[in-house]
Design a protein around this ligand. Structure first.
Ligand code: B12
Length: 213
């Protein structure tokens, strides 16, 4: 259930107030609060609202950027705390993750990487704007079981299909699973391109566990 603290977190991101967002995240960590709930009902709800305000024309690019910075300030506190709550019992496997080429959105991808790591996966995060060639090169070099690609723009999601095709062409189709996500994508899209899909970070952990079990 959302709590008053979550509304403050949401509002801090809407206001683009990085200092308040960071302080609220720190308070949640120190209080031992449910951090996934803080992300989902607090900070993520805030960035979703910023996206809607931008879409409606009430916010312009500077406010979008400020909202994203506030979100990142909070996640810089939350991500290490989530990673520290590592659950050793879960299966170990290697994941190479990144946001596809031409796409700079990295907040959701980083959250997915953090939760995978917190659940015992060895995660290699390549960052944002990652080419198909680099995904493939690092997946090979790390002996990855899963290559995970994020896309938030309809103009960049095609790169996920290129990645699936490149993995097959490289003869890695049997061992290396492609997991896709990001707000531009849908289960139907993933099915069409022959990839696995998860709609959020928590589900990504469940799907990844299933893929390597
Ligand atoms: C913050 C933001 C930005 C920030 C990004 C900062 C950063 N470092 O990430 C800035 C201001 C830089 C930005 C820029 C732009 N943005 Co922007 N942005 C957003 C916004 C408001 C929020 C995204 C976000 O961080 N959400 C919070 C996270 C936690 O959620 P998430 O990313 O969806 O991730 C979750 C799931 O999707 C999933 N997931 C994500 N990745 C993966 C990967 C895998 C493998 C899996 C399994 C799951 C998974 O799990 C995550 C956690 O639960 C969205 C609106 C929206 N509602 O999504 C627009 C949005 C994505 N942006 C948009 C646009 C158009 C742009 C710009 C083109 C604007 C411009 N004119 O310059 C540029 C593009 C720059 C570029 N080349 O990438 C559009 C895209 C429209 C479209 N359909 O293509 C959106 C949808 C806004 C809108 N409603 O129009 N943006």
């Amino acid at each position: 259930m959302p709590q008053p603290m979550h509304e403050q977190m949401r509002q801090a991101v809407i206001d683009g107030d990085s200092e308040r967002a960071r302080a609220l995240a720190r308070a949640a960590v120190d209080a031992g609060a449910d951090l996934l709930a803080s992300v989902e009902w607090g900070f993520s709800a805030g960035i979703r609202a910023v996206g809607e305000l931008w879409e409606q024309g009430d916010y312009f690019l500077p406010e979008l950027v400020q909202g994203a910075e506030a979100m990142k300030a909070a996640m810089a506190v939350i991500n290490p705390a989530l990673a520290a709550a590592r659950q050793e019992a879960k299966p170990k496997a290697r994941v190479v993750i990144g946001t596809v080429e031409g796409d700079l959105h990295d907040i959701g991808k980083t959250l997915v990487a953090t939760l995978l790591e917190a659940n015992g996966f060895e995660v290699h995060d390549l960052g944002a704007d990652v080419s198909v060639a680099l995904f493939l090169e690092r997946a090979r070099a790390e002996g990855a079981d899963i290559v995970a690609a994020s896309a938030l723009l309809t103009t960049t999601m095609g790169a996920q299909q290129d990645l699936v095709q490149a993995v097959t062409a490289a003869g890695l189709g049997g061992k290396l699973r492609v997991l896709v996500g990001g707000s531009a994508t849908t289960p139907a899209w993933a099915e069409r391109i022959g990839a696995h899909y998860a709609e959020n970070a928590q589900r990504a952990v469940e799907v990844a566990c299933r893929l390597v079990s």
